[in-house]
Design a binder for this molecule. Structure first.
Ligand code: MV4
Length: 504
């Protein structure tokens, strides 16, 4: 890559919904013209209206529109776009798309095809990062035959996981409790992997139990500079769909962040990574951490990192794709405060998260201090079964976790979405759960320990505990001894309860 930056004038966004809108916003701030693409059902969608121009690419089914490399490149050529941003999902992690853009002389605002390919094969990814000193879960390295895998299983020990080499994000994973189950599980896993990915290759890993899912955001420029932007805690998920993300994680301290950050940077360097990426880790109860996989794309939850670092990740991606250097060194990345994101989905949490489709007939969107809403729909728009059910991302920032949580409760109570069922009541319940407030959760929390309770707005004691926490954190910061009055004493009692609770 030359030192002279490429000039972009026009960017095509090969995506839809909130992320297309998010990317168009960054382009607008940079003075770049934008091109949207749309399927039949998205003709009037917000991303189409918000872009400077738009091209129709086919019928509603993604495989006939948003997944059609030929039609998207056609639109790019017709529109005269200099660059394509893939967003997340759809074509974002398809090396052949990144390559096709490069071959057409259009800049791909994402990593090189080679890095996507290496990280897409989970066994190759494991081997590559392990060679660079990244800790991985004990497991198998090569594509082994059935009897070799059975032999390896004995060494790894039980319980273990069979994972699909072509998988990722939890797809094609199978837990095995003991040697008796191994053979059947292996055959089933291979069949599933073959059906899902057209590749029946699998590998084994020891099962890490009770771990948290923590990921590190990295940025890499084309000149070999790689930095990390700290972590996101993503353990609040259900069936591998994240529901809440936050930064920083309550289990993180400066030392662990520095060590995990360094390892994430090493993982990126091992594949000559360029652009924004995320390295996923499992962190166990003893704060041992293990590489899981690397996501070679902009992620849904990137805003929590933006709010705590003040770095606009999408603008940084565009800058990197132009061949410019990172705008900051590692020392210039400073995390401030706390951010939480709730994914607002068209799903009924009282009906086992049953998808809810239909038209948004009326809507009030929260706003005010510390509140950001990233959405790709407005009143009158429909949530269809064709694409993912996310209506919006509600992201709140506070000086402390307590303040961020209080703002999130306030913002959720302002949110009104009519015409559809949403998971807002789930978020309200979760934000009132003592374990969530105390930060005592792992990736099994929602599925195994959480149940929907009563409506949350009638629970003033939760707000009181949070308010006390905020006051307590502020007091610690001030490092001052203040005289205790009546009210403070009751607050201190609350903190005592809180601190005992944290030790559970
Ligand atoms: C694991 C694991 C425990 N032990 N690997 C699921 C998504 C994919 N990225 C890897 N996943 C897991 N791999 C070992 N060796 C537990 C999970 C896991 C998980 C990871 C992250 C977020 C949510 C999860 C939910 C269930 C299982």
């Amino acid at each position: 890559m030359t030192e002279t930056p490429t000039l972009f004038r026009k960017v095509l966004i090969a995506n839809r919904g909130e992320i297309a809108v998010r990317i168009i916003r960054a382009c607008r701030e940079l003075g770049l013209s934008t091109v949207a693409v749309y399927s039949d059902v998205d003709r009037d969608a917000m991303h189409v209206r918000y872009a400077n121009s738009a091209y129709h690419i086919g019928p509603p089914a993604a495989r006939d529109s948003y997944l059609r490399i030929d039609r998207i490149l056609d639109a790019a050529k017709k529109s005269g776009a200099d660059a394509i941003h893939p967003g997340y999902g759809f074509l974002a992690e398809r090396p052949e798309f990144a390559q096709a853009c490069a071959d057409a002389g259009i800049a791909f605002i994402g990593p090189p095809a080679s890095a996507i390919g290496t990280m897409g094969d989970k066994v190759v990814a494991r081997q590559t990062v392990e060679a660079a000193g990244v800790p991985v879960v004990p497991g198998t390295e090569l594509n082994l035959l059935d009897d070799e895998l059975a032999h390896a299983a004995g060494f790894i020990g039980y319980p273990l996981l069979i994972k699909a080499t072509a998988g990722g994000g939890g797809k094609g994973m199978r837990r095995v409790e003991n040697a008796d189950q191994f053979e059947d599980a292996l055959h089933a896993a291979r069949r599933e992997a073959q059906a899902a990915f057209g590749d029946g290759s699998v590998y084994l890993e020891k099962l890490i139990q009770g771990a948290r899912h923590i990921e590190i955001q990295i940025l890499a420029d084309a000149h070999g500079n790689v930095i990390h932007l700290g972590e996101r805690e993503c353990s609040i998920q259900r069936r591998h769909q994240k529901l809440i993300e936050e930064s920083p994680s309550v289990v993180m301290d400066d030392d662990l962040r520095a060590r995990m950050g360094e390892v994430a940077v090493a993982a990126a360097k091992a594949v000559n990574y360029v652009n924004a990426g995320t390295v996923e880790f499992l962190v166990d109860a003893n704060r041992n951490f293990y590489f899981l996989e690397m996501n070679t794309r902009l992620q849904v939850e990137h805003p929590v990192t933006e709010l705590v670092t003040g770095i606009d990740i999408v603008k940084e991606q565009i800058r990197i794709a132009r061949g410019r250097r990172l705008s900051r060194t590692q020392d210039e990345v400073v995390m401030k405060g706390h951010a939480i994101e709730c994914r607002i989905n068209a799903e009924d949490p009282y009906q086992n998260f049953l998808p809810s489709t239909g038209k948004i007939t009326a809507m009030t969107i929260p706003a005010g201090p510390g509140v950001r809403v990233d959405s790709g729909v407005t009143t009158g728009d429909a949530i269809t079964p064709y694409y993912d059910p996310m209506i919006a991302k509600l992201i709140c920032w506070g000086e402390t976790r307590g303040e961020a949580l209080l703002r999130m409760r306030r913002a959720l109570s302002e949110y009104r979405i009519m015409g559809l069922k949403t998971n807002i009541p789930f978020h309200q319940n979760l934000l009132d759960s003592t374990r969530f407030i105390a930060g005592q959760f792992d990736t099994t929390f929602v599925e195994e320990r959480f149940t929907m309770g009563e409506g949350s707005e009638q629970r003033p004691e939760v707000a009181a505990i949070l308010a006390t926490l905020v006051a307590h954190e502020a007091r610690q910061k001030a490092a001052q001894v203040v005289g205790r009055n009546e009210r403070d004493i009751s607050n201190w009692k609350m903190i005592g309860r809180w601190q005992r609770m944290r030790q559970v």
